[in-house]
Design a protein around this ligand. Structure first.
Ligand SMILES: [Zn+2]
Length: 292
């Protein structure tokens, strides 16, 4: 964080330097249009094809074929969920929280895409409904569904608690869920777990220090976040041990609730929709492409 008492003197032209206007790094106007209206229209007459209950302080995997919808639903009480997504056919193509943040901002809502990692970088899913879209940004600068946090994990916990051992952080929950689904051993599954979409979590950065903060999630039972799968997806969702993340995580102290994941198959594909094509970059990186 920035020092309260800097070592270096303020230059004489500091106000001029700081007055330069910000420029959006990645204007998204030229990204492919998600065709939200067509996606939403395809929900009429859809059929629920699976339902997964994620127990508190644990995680479960689920599959969402391309062209299907998935809802992450709050049940019983306020609860935050940590979401991982992989290509169902290739675990090395996974959700890229950092580039999604660079493209769409710190917190996601309807119309935003969840992008896959390099060297893939294509839409994995499109958010088609967010019942917490009314929240916007609060007076603390907080908002919901962030792509700035990473996931609670036992390594950070061990560092901050002088060696404390806790086994139900989202990182561990997601690792066990992926191991159970794929048959990989836990040490093999763990490296596939990645930075999450923090579903329903309310977060921001403290003014002045820039520290990452959380506050009680405004989510209530019945709220949901709905995604449309742009490719065949394997997902994993952890019901964070922080519960509504109003006080602490990485412990059993918070009240925790389950989350429900429902997958729906539309009667017809959305008008004009096709699965995400491969990224058009030629992958030469400026060197001649050699046939393999
Ligand atoms: Zn967590």
């Amino acid at each position: 964080m920035k020092p309260a008492d800097p070592e270096h003197p303020i230059p004489i032209d500091a106000p001029t330097r700081a007055a330069r206007p910000p420029v959006v790094c990645y204007p998204v106007a030229h990204l492919p249009d998600p065709s939200l209206a067509a996606l939403r229209a395809a929900r009429a007459g859809w059929t629920k094809v699976s339902e997964t209950l994620v127990p508190p302080r644990d995680a479960r995997c689920f599959e969402v074929p391309a062209g299907h919808f998935v809802r992450i639903i709050s049940v019983d009480g306020p609860q935050v969920g940590d979401l991982n997504l992989w290509s169902a056919h290739d675990l090395t193509e996974r959700f890229f929280s950092g580039k999604t943040r660079a493209l769409h901002g710190t917190h996601l809502s309807t119309g935003d895409r969840l992008w896959s990692c390099l060297p893939h970088l294509r839409p994995m899913a499109t958010i088609t409904e967010d019942t917490l879209d009314w929240y916007g940004f609060d007076a603390d600068g907080g908002s919901v569904h962030d792509v700035i946090g990473t996931r609670c994990d036992p390594y950070t916990h061990a560092l901050l608690s002088h060696g404390g051992q806790y086994h139900h952080c989202c990182h561990s929950n997601l690792t066990r869920a992926l191991a159970d689904r794929t048959g990989l051993a836990v040490p093999e599954a763990e490296p596939h777990v990645h930075d999450v979409l923090n579903v329903f979590m309310c977060t921001g950065f403290l003014k002045g220090t820039g520290q990452y903060f959380m506050k009680a999630s405004p989510v209530r039972p019945g709220d949901f976040l709905e995604l449309f799968a742009e490719i065949d997806l394997l997902g994993a969702l952890s019901a964070c041990p922080g519960g509504d993340c109003s006080s602490e995580h990485s412990s059993d102290a918070a009240a925790c609730h389950p989350l429900r994941v429902e997958v729906f198959r539309p009667a017809d594909s959305p008008a004009g929709w096709e699965p995400s094509p491969r990224n058009s970059y030629d992958k030469s990186h400026g060197r001649p492409l050699t046939p393999r």
